[in-house]
Design a protein around this ligand. Structure first.
Ligand code: SF4
Length: 306
């Protein structure tokens, strides 16, 4: 007969093993998705200096973690620099990120700018402050990237953010547009990349929890998340429950756009359309993720990490 102590140790070991297996599985999936996005959009090239923006939320922690992981086995050489903008929100735990980043041994900067006071003085009481806050944050970070000579700025938006933005623009803005995985900033000076573009929020959430990232809540400022975004998020989550796979299909549609089958004369020259025109629709099931080049990149990473 085993003693109660032995039984307890055994079940603790089993639980540890389960957690490790789940963590490995999630890490593999995120690595694959980030690697595929990097390749499909040529996000990171040899010699790049990538400024990884770290807010203290689960997404940016996961992004940094996976990028550092890929950096070790990537067939190219690139630098990573973590940057956090301390916006001087009341209650912001200033020590958390420096401690975490020092532990990782990655070069980092904490940029201090009191955008909190600016936002509070400009936005009327009771109105959501996120839009202005994000704009100020973006502006500061873009400027800082130039200061440190980073040629790429990595943001932690994921697949669900991209879909939510797509529906927000469609429902409230009358536009088919979203957050692109890669874009040049309006002033043309910065290249922004979103390496988590193919990653699911629920995977990131689970990964962050298992890794025990020291999360800093964004709403320390007391602002409510954009209500319209919240409504869209709930809509997508309920679809995901009712129709598993719909989110994946919708995201794939963003990678398989057929301008000749929409109705934007600026995008497709309907006026001069002639008989004999081949519309050029390619029935590529997974244009987002499995372009031949992205598979090749991942194979290279997997071989190098063996
Ligand atoms: S919740 Fe607060 S800190 Fe976060 S984006 Fe909105 S205003 Fe800025």
């Amino acid at each position: 007969m085993t003693s109660p102590d032995t039984d307890l140790t055994h079940s603790v070991n089993l639980e540890d093993k389960k957690i490790k297996t789940r963590l490995n599985k999630l890490q593999k999936r995120l690595r694959r998705e980030v690697g595929q996005a990097i390749e499909a959009f040529n996000m990171i090239e040899d010699g790049d200096k990538v400024m990884v923006c770290l807010s203290g939320g689960k997404d940016s922690y996961a992004m940094l973690d996976i990028l550092m992981n890929l950096q070790k086995s990537a067939p190219i050489h690139f630098e990573l620099v973590a940057v956090n903008l301390d916006q001087k929100q009341p209650g912001f735990p200033e020590h958390v990120l420096p401690e975490y980043l020092s532990g990782l041994g990655i070069p980092f900067h904490i940029v201090e700018r009191d955008t909190y006071s600016v936002v509070k003085s400009v936005v009327p009481e009771g109105k959501t402050t996120c839009a202005l806050c994000s704009r100020l944050r973006r502006g500061t970070l873009y400027g800082f990237a130039e200061e440190i000579g980073a040629n790429k700025i990595a943001l932690g938006h994921h697949r669900d953010d991209i879909l939510e933005t797509f529906f927000l623009n469609m429902f409230y803005g009358g536009k088919l547009k979203s957050m692109p995985p890669k874009l040049v900033s309006d002033d043309g000076k910065n290249m922004v990349i979103r390496p988590l573009a193919y990653a699911r929020e629920k995977d990131i959430e689970a990964y962050a929890e298992l890794k025990g990232f020291p999360i800093i809540p964004c709403n320390l400022c007391g602002s409510q998340e954009n209500l319209q975004r919240q409504v869209i998020k709930e809509m997508l989550q309920s679809w995901d429950k009712l129709y598993p796979g719909r989110i994946e299909t919708m995201f794939r549609s963003l990678c398989n756009v057929v301008p000749s089958h929409l109705a934007d004369p600026a995008l497709f020259d309907f006026k001069n359309l002639q008989r004999g025109y081949a519309h050029g629709i390619v029935d590529d099931e997974d244009a987002c993720a499995t372009s031949p080049s992205s598979v090749q990149f991942m194979e290279r990473i997997d071989i190098l990490s063996l």
